[in-house]
Design a protein around this ligand. Sequence first.
Ligand code: ZN
Length: 349
Amino acid sequence: MKRIVLIALALLLSGQAQASRIKPRKPKNIILMIGDGTGLVHLYAAYTALGGHLNIYSFAEAIGLSITSSSDDYITDSAAGATAFSTGQKTKNGMIGMGPDTIAIETISELAFRKGKSTGAVVTCELPHATPASFYSHQPSRKMYPEIVADLTKNKAASMLIGGGLPYFDTVALRKAGYSVSIGLAAMQNNNGSRQVCFIDTLKEPLPAPLRGPSLVQGCGHAIKQLSKNKKGFFLMVEGSQIDWGAHNNDSAHTIAEAIDFDQAAGEVLRWAKQDKNTLVIITADHECGGLTLHGYDAINHRPVMHFSSGHHTAEPVPVYAFGPGSETFSGVYQNTAIYHKMVKLLGL
Ligand SMILES: [Zn+2]
């Protein structure tokens, strides 16, 4: 009798284990956070500079590795990198929201919007830059700013765009297209439009951290507050855009300041997601930049001794940190395009 009970119990437990493997918990919302050019080491440099703390490390429930190559190059750029996340397809470097054949592909933001969700992007670069553009625009070159701006202006899928690049836009056309436009962080807090473009400043290229102010942290808070009003849920893309710029310039201080800024935004997002319980947060990068290694600890400046082996992107796989319902599906080693497919499946799009 005891034996039968034990066997039954073992079967039940293995059945449960199998069921949990087959059926991950489903989130209502997904927040995809992209640290541009942010490899394993960039975040560890920030962790070191912060005295051994990082929100991303504290919250991560599952960690995976993403292989970042593009369709035509061992080393991706940000356009093909972001398009892999937004469409699930590898494309050529420089291309935005389309495959190598130049045929536009519906992005996850457009798909989520079609299924009734709200969507948005919060970035620390100008809004027509490659990463945000790849979620709302379809162009053969990331350099086609006028065409990308036109796409962003007319794309109904975007309900919340927060970033820089005001001089590229016609605010009259944005308002005509249904956006409530604000300029500056104080004005953003008072922007209550159902569809918003919030410029963080009046510059073409936003300032570096810490001169920029807390636009990423406050932008994330504002976007979540507005997007979470939709009962059907939301998809939000957040980019720490300038970690990459610091690494391109082999500028240790800028790289660390941007990585810390990104982690503070992640803290804002993760603390909210923990309370919400229905939100999956994925934190990853489009590629590594700078071939960064750490050679010791600089006790005077309280930061690691950083060595950049390159002024460009590198091929190394980048970490994927996941938190919340469905996070377990992000363990393992996979192509960057798999992140799109996992997100679409988990949201049931
Ligand atoms: Zn770059």
